[in-house]
Design a binder for this molecule. Structure first.
Ligand SMILES: [Zn+2]
Length: 369
């Protein structure tokens, strides 16, 4: 049970590929989670279509509770590039969403996708910038977000004279710095029993343990914000202050209930705290649309209104389960009471890795803990 816990929904969707239509632009994704169309967000629509394409490809070919498609299927997966705003792009299709910041100083990446996709990710980055890859920020430990660390870090270089070279040896200077919260390194260096080891070249070269770490790169302030015990115990959200974009990692996803990785220190309360933090930072433009843009861990590009809707959903379900616990209901009774019922058409899953029942169980265990 402690084996690699996927944070992609490809596996969950694998068992129901019939529900995934081939999307076209203007098609708001897949039928079982259709959201009302949102005018003025052509970018988001495009992202949805692109993501659905990638997801459909992955879902059609993946099997079992492992994170993502089998290796042979990566050959057919494509990485799509979406301009977000300012100096930020979003890469879709390599696993978790990847955020790219480019400018005169070089390239900064938030997450790196699956290992098997890293050459395609590198090609996508190169199509955006010839500059050196200087920084990789890992939002958390999962392989669909960190698998490309080694390849992409080796394609880059650390800024000479900085204090970013870690303690893994002189060779660290000839690669990009990999930044993450401390527990990401700990979990990679000492995997739980039954977990695959992470190659040392993929480990963070510099970690932080404070609530925030700040960087200035490509002419903008960048805040790495740690949210304790949320999706995992090592989550970082990244706020690009000038571009006005937040890259959230898997604290926020658009295509299912939040995954709470209890085995790696996750907790539903932290997920809600993280969603609240996004809402706190973000400033919407007219009528709650646009303004600060949000790159989720999985799914389409969003604005703050999307996050508010999701935060309300998660909070309402948390409160319902909390109330049931107070009334003395057992886990089985809570699951049977279906506290998610009204949201299931949009976010629920009855098969695959992260079923609705597993989500309810994770909420229950988070609160019982
Ligand atoms: Zn994850």
């Amino acid at each position: 049970m402690r084996k690699s816990l996927p944070c992609t929904f490809a596996a969950a969707l694998a068992a129901q590929p019939r529900r995934i239509r081939a999307p076209t632009i203007g098609d708001h994704g897949h039928s079982r989670r259709s959201a009302p169309p949102r005018s003025g967000l052509a970018r988001a629509l495009a992202a949805t279509a692109l993501f659905a394409l990638a997801q459909a490809a992955a879902a059609a070919q993946s099997s079992g509770p492992h994170p993502g498609p089998a290796p042979r299927d990566f050959a057919h997966a494509e990485v799509h590039i979406l301009k977000v705003q300012g100096s930020i792009y979003m890469l879709v299709g390599a696993g978790g969403n990847i955020t790219v910041q480019t400018g005169s100083d070089g390239v900064l990446l938030v997450d790196t996708g699956y290992a098997a996709m890293s050459e395609k990710v590198l090609a996508a980055v190169r199509s955006l910038s010839d500059g050196p890859i200087r920084y990789i920020i890992d939002t958390h430990v999962h392989a669909d977000h960190t698998g490309g660390n080694e390849t992409l870090a080796k394609a880059g270089s650390t800024i000479a004279g900085g204090n970013v070279v870690g303690n893994i040896g002189a060779s660290a200077g000839s690669q990009a710095a990999i930044l993450a919260f401390q527990t990401v390194l700990e979990r990679m260096a000492a995997p739980s029993e039954g977990e695959a080891a992470t190659p040392q070249g993929a480990w963070p070269t510099e970690t932080y343990t404070t609530p925030e770490r700040k960087l200035f790169f490509n002419g903008e302030g960048i805040e790495m914000i740690h949210i304790p015990a949320a999706h995992t115990d090592g989550d970082t959200m990244v706020f690009f202050r000038r571009s006005d974009v937040i890259s959230t990692g898997d604290i926020f996803v658009t295509n299912g209930y939040p995954i709470v990785d209890l085995a790696r220190g996750g907790n539903i309360q932290g997920v809600i705290a993280g969603l609240n933090r996004i809402i706190e930072i973000a400033i919407p433009a007219n009528e709650q649309e646009d303004g600060t843009l949000v790159v989720p861990g999985h799914g389409r590009l969003c604005d703050v209104a999307d996050v508010v809707f999701y935060q309300e959903m998660v909070t309402i379900i948390r409160d319902r389960v909390q109330d049931m616990i107070k009334r003395g209901l057992t886990l089985a009774q809570v699951v049977a009471a279906r506290p998610t019922r009204d949201y299931d058409p949009r976010y629920g899953a009855t098969s695959g890795f992260w079923t609705t029942d597993k989500f309810v169980e994770a909420v229950y265990r988070s609160l019982k803990h």
